[in-house]
Design a protein around this ligand. Sequence first.
Ligand SMILES: Cc1cc2nc3c(=O)[nH]c(=O)nc-3n(C[C@H](O)[C@H](O)[C@H](O)COP(=O)(O)OP(=O)(O)OC[C@H]3O[C@@H](n4cnc5c(N)ncnc54)[C@H](O)[C@@H]3O)c2cc1C
Ligand code: SF4
Length: 618
Amino acid sequence: MSAAQNNSYDVVIVGAGVSGALIAKQLGLAGKKVLILESGAGLPSNNNDFVQRFYQALAKVPEIPYTPDLFNPPGSFNLADPSKLNAARPTVLTLDHDNWKDPNQSYMIQSGPLAFGSTYERVAGGTMRHWLGTSLRFVPNDFKMQSQYHQLVDWPISYNDLEPWYGNAESEIGVSANVADQAYLGIKFPPGYKYPMKPIPASLVDDAVIKGVTGTSFQGTPLVVSNTPAGRNSQPYQSRRVCAGNTNCIPICPIQAKYDPSVTLEQALNTGNVTIWPQTVACDVVVDGNGRVSQIKYLQYQTPGGDGLKPVSGSVTAKVFVIAAHAIETPRLLLMSTNQGRTPNGVANLSGQVGKNLMDHPLYLAWALMPNPVFGYRGPLATSGIESTRDGSFRSQRAAFRIEIGNEGWNFPINDPYTTTTDFINGLNESHLNPNGTGQPQALFGPDLVKALNSNLRKQFRLGFLVEQSPDSTNTVTLADEKDNLGLRRPKITYNLSPYTRAGLGAAVEAADQIFDQLKAQQFTQPPKANDPSALEVPVKGKPKLIKFFGSGHIVGTYCMGTKKENSVVNSEQRSWDHSNLFLVGSGVFPTVATGNPTLTIAALALWAAQTIKKDLS
Ligand SMILES: Cc1cc2nc3c(=O)[nH]c(=O)nc-3n(C[C@H](O)[C@H](O)[C@H](O)COP(=O)(O)OP(=O)(O)OC[C@H]3O[C@@H](n4cnc5c(N)ncnc54)[C@H](O)[C@@H]3O)c2cc1C
Ligand code: SF4
């Protein structure tokens, strides 16, 4: 690959994830010349390479289908050394109690005190390649936490401002849902609005939970199960197939019934106005004497790394620049860009807020056996959730949460069906399902083995509580001393959970206990193992309890939008306060993480930014 020097475009976008792809498509359709710099591999000619990599992998973690290979040599159990990779990214495989702080294994330099458990991709199509597809709107009070509950902060925009863009985003992604199910907690739709496709049918697990909780409440909040709006096809849409229901949405949908941004990237390229340069890492945002961004410098590499090949360097100029590199790589790039000391704290950072307020939805998993079979593993990974707990007056005291009803047995919490199957074959008891009267687990075979597996696997289900994390300026992305193979400083993460968030997690534990009791389900949730970096003490019924929390993959808040340039990085247009031709998009702009999965809101905001950029250019 040869690097073209001094190329000039109307718009240069850094990052080909959903936010970058949507903006590129809109600008391409408007006849603007757009270049996307993408640090990862380009679009594959078809999905099969990724699918094959997933099939052959032993560790079916979210990152496994995608490049660069997590292991070196491929097929071994040695995690690749991130300092030898050109565009490395984190993996959940480094969240063990042994290796989470090892810079030779963990790309992100984790300085604790808690482990940051979410990961992201470096591949055209971005992190959304391995998303689940959940496409919820935020509820109106999510945008006004301070005025409504005297907690956290308000957004500079309201639900009503964003509403039309939600509709556009649902059409671009292709969301299956219906308005009646989604009109809760103040969410309003324009008259006659219809989602692009009818809802994905509820699973048998959902039906059992609906029967068990309908008409009941938790701490005064009614428990209402709602169908989950999904970025997956319930009917043919955008030339893609209908969901076949085989429970593999994370990490990859083999038939692309689930939306991923490669769909939008193809449409962007088809406008004839958009170009993507893969394997091109933006490494310096250059600001001129008038405070405008004048160019972005990049490094282009040929292979994933470790081969001694030098990258080719170059720069591109444009009228407008958009950074859409997600909430860890965007602040990393801004902080790296010091302009020979003219922007010593990085670009777009006069407020000092770049890299601050890192958030996620800390996830509490609780799992149980139903009294009767509920037949998980049929349909997508999740098709319904309890959304009524996302808002209420309790938010003045503790964080809210949504409750995802898992449809994949105990796959997420204990890697089933493998763990339970191995237990009953080998006489082990990792799943806690194979104790026997003598205290020794049984090793079974033949009909006894089949009976034991049938009896247990068909009754398994889990709940996932996605808790709203407060924005805390002490949770940060900064630059580590450790570098990648391109010589660029890697991201350093400092992460903890506030009392407000911990109180929300404590309430989640109580809600899980209550719901399992209502369902007459036998709970198997396990406490964290010794030295687990994700072990956390939370208040449950007034007493401290040690639980394990997971990352949700919802990385948010590191270049927040606000009403003043003193305390925020971008304004409500997602335009840098400091550089008028620089837009920062993605979930990094969210002032709060709220309670819904972020991507529909990311997409809505990206489409809004595209319109503003179009106006700027005309
Ligand atoms: C397991 C998992 C499940 C998820 N499920 C859901 C879900 O169901 N619903 C939901 O709403 N959200 C979900 N998410 C979150 C969702 O994937 C992200 O919110 C979304 O992908 C963010 O999109 P983005 O375009 O902002 O960033 P990304 O998708 O991360 O794209 C950023 C792009 O920028 C590129 N890049 C980075 N740095 C540079 C650089 N210096 N130069 C050039 N390019 C660069 C990267 O390679 C990447 O392609 C999930 C996440 C995970 C991990
Ligand atoms: S259930 Fe299967 S076909 Fe449907 S979206 Fe998930 S992976 Fe794709």
